[in-house]
Design a protein around this ligand. Sequence first.
Ligand code: SAH
Length: 260
Amino acid sequence: MSNSRPGSHIELHNNADKDYARQYSQDFVSRWDELIDWDKRSAGEGTFFTELLFSVGACSVLDVSTGSGFHAVQLRKAGFRVCANDGSQTMVDRAKINFARHKLNIPITCCDWLDLDPRKLGTFDAVLCLGSSLCHVFDEDERIAVLRRFHSLLRPSGVLVVDQRNFQAILEGNFRSSGRYYYCGTTARVTLGEVSESLCEFVYSFSDDETYRLRVAPIRPQQLRREISRAQFRGVKSFGDFKPMYDPMHSDFIIHVAHR
Ligand code: SAH
């Protein structure tokens, strides 16, 4: 009966988009490392994250959306004490394979952000939420609740690092995926599907014609900065493609750094 109510179709459609774990299907996840190309991604970001973490004296790091474990591995190798997490079991399984491949013993949990519990995990010098992950949360109040949860996982004066694709540029018709940052593989192309103020669809097309879609919330950088402040963080600083001075319309990713 409820399907015949006006608006119910929209609700169902939104609920499917909110189910982030379902969007990361087994097949898509099995190609994640091909999509990001670890060597090129590492060259693209250089020492940005390690220098940032060293500069604030961080030793322990919680990578809350580790995906296939790229940053957890880089940072463990750089000497940080790293714990990893992701809400998708498929991603967690992939990350475990990568940790073993790199002969690293990195603890990992499979937990939705709102279920991350500082009483169980402890607190950290840094919480990282990278790879344009937060845009999987469509509702603003829920995003602020998630950011508050990250806040509770930090030690006093700990640092939050959260990035997003440049949704300002995307919403203004200036989508750029230079292939130099984050998604650096040469066998996949990233294009846009449906785009509106409330939804942004990315289409990942591989050279063998396989296509995967991610549907997320297009959070503008200014909006995310406001939300980070509303979650009680201090002194939000932003970087475009890892640079403090950047062209806001010609950057692929915007990275925000804030303190507890
Ligand atoms: N950081 C990785 C993965 C980015 S993809 C990288 O840069 O390669 C986004 C990840 O966020 C996915 O693995 C997804 O499962 C995770 N994610 C999205 N919403 C989440 C939530 N509410 N709780 C936990 N993980 C979430």
